[in-house]
Design a protein around this ligand. Sequence first.
Ligand code: PRX
Length: 648
Amino acid sequence: MSEIKTYPVNDYFSERALLNEDQYKAMYQASIDDPEAFWAEHGKRIDWMKPYSKIKDVSYAHDDVHIKWFYDGTLNPTVSCLDRHLEIKGDQTAIIWEGDDPTQDAKVTYRELYHKVCRLANALKARGIKKGDVVTIYMPMVVEAAVAMLACARIGAIHSVIFGGFSPESIAGRVEDCQSNCIITADEGVRGGKTIPLKNNVDEALSKPGAATVKTVVVYERTKGDIEWTEGRDVWYHEITEAASDDCPAEEMSAEDPLFILYTSGSTGKPKGVMHTCGGYLVYASMTHEYIFDYQEGDIYWCTADVGWITGHSYIVYGPLANGAVTLMFEGVPNYPDVSRCWQVVDKHQVNVFYTAPTAIRALMQAGDEPVKSTSRKSLRLLGTVGEPINPEAWEWYYHVVGEEHCTIVDTWWQTETGGVLITPLPGATPVKPGSATRPFFGVQPAIVDNEGNLLDGVCEGNLVMKDSWPGQMRTVYGDHQRFIETYFSTYKGYYFSGDGARRDEDNYYWITGRVDDVLNVSGHRMGTAEVESALVAHPATSEAAVVGYPHDIKGQGIYAYVTLKKGHEETDELIQELKDFVRSEIGGIAVPDIIQWAPAVPKTRSGKIMRRILRKIACNELENMGDTSTLADPSVVDKLIENRAHQ
Ligand code: PRX
């Protein structure tokens, strides 16, 4: 391995950061030595209706997994995000909205946001939505998406946000799983100059029998595009909110009542509803947001994620708003109208903190330095990355070209399940190494185990687990606690298993090596190979499909599918296109295979298990040393696949 460079804490953060290295170390030690005392103190950072006296009740024991934090306290998360800021910060901007079209933007103050949330909350109540109901949100990146989330939280309804790129089939599956009774959507979304038929997708989803629970569809008017209307079920957002009062009492919630569900892909079966609760989640999201981005009064903060993902939940909406921050919401994409867009937005709004995914950095890097250099970016202080391992080359480009060597970079490792960041540098406390997420956040106890579950010491590589809980941890898979236990607590007994591999170096820094299960990470989005396979085999021409990942310059990982056809179907380019379109309609654009290779058969063991190791090697073009193929039912299958590989 080439020499790894370390970048020390820079002058700017040495002077102003909330914490220096010694303070981090002392605070981290305190959080591990006495978690109860540590979190008793830091739980106070949010507003409680009834203060907690009980801090933590956690068991990772396989036969009794339960996780509770601050569990005799009551609160409403929106009070911390809105009400408590009104007196001093009522007229301060809460959200800067930047439209897809560069001439469109808006600023919403904390007071305006409060009233918008209350109006929608009252309107939902008037439609009979109540505490414990699940409201699906399928929205573009407009302020009203955040309003919708907070309005649900205001009345104790559980929100389930679905990314706007998912198909009607996916919406229907999620609605059915959580028995949602209301959907909040928009007529159309706008991204990169194109419209997305959100309401049409909802209509199609609701025509499926499983989605019959939905009684109300609230439609936000974004484009005035043509849509169908179902009387009695569909209502206009502007009409129901205009009629509603702009004050709504906050529902008193137990710390452990659900706040939201977010569906995410796993290595088996359908996406699962990751459930987060009101108290611990908000404490953790706000605390990580403050320390990792060194958020201080007046900073302008921009996270480029979509609210359809956990990053949008924790680091566009809940964390920043709980901290009274200025958070920027961007409707568009980094390359529209041109590849300078991100930096133009940075200059326009004087952004200090910019948080994005490696896939975006790689795509922008490919477009060269000029589109970056044509902008000022003087306001930038801190650059963040999340979602997938960042290759050192992209890291260095981010550092030297985008940040002009005066911005620090935080590479933040976490997951939908973790609610907030677990492993990350802190800008004033951590010398950084390109490609390493470095050290654990307060209260987080990472460990590395071998495949048998033995703890490894010192410098090592293996599977990344957590020894104990932190307040932002997911509590269950919605409606399926057994699946929660099986997925996260049964592989390595007594630990939370992340599904990632990691290496620890001589400075105790962690380096995430990627998923060790059958989950792909495509452009920073999680996709289960099993999900793509079941979409492919749902096509009438397919008899079998096997999906693996392969390295992709921009996406990080691409999707490589091996497909065996039923008798009577021909292996044509048209059929490849048809299968890709089919996956798009079954799941969404992010699941479409980059490459489909025809396979007369897929290699299996004699007991019928697909040998993915071999398929991965072929997809990655690593054709020497295929490893042991003696357990294959028919070794000649491999030669045929290698022969076909040459044509891809
Ligand atoms: O493999 C890890 C990768 O993204 C996975 C979690 O995906 P998701 O739940 O969609 O959440 C993404 C945003 C938090 C992880 O299991 N991952 C996330 N951040 C990093 C990362 N891999 C390496 N480095 C990171 N900083």
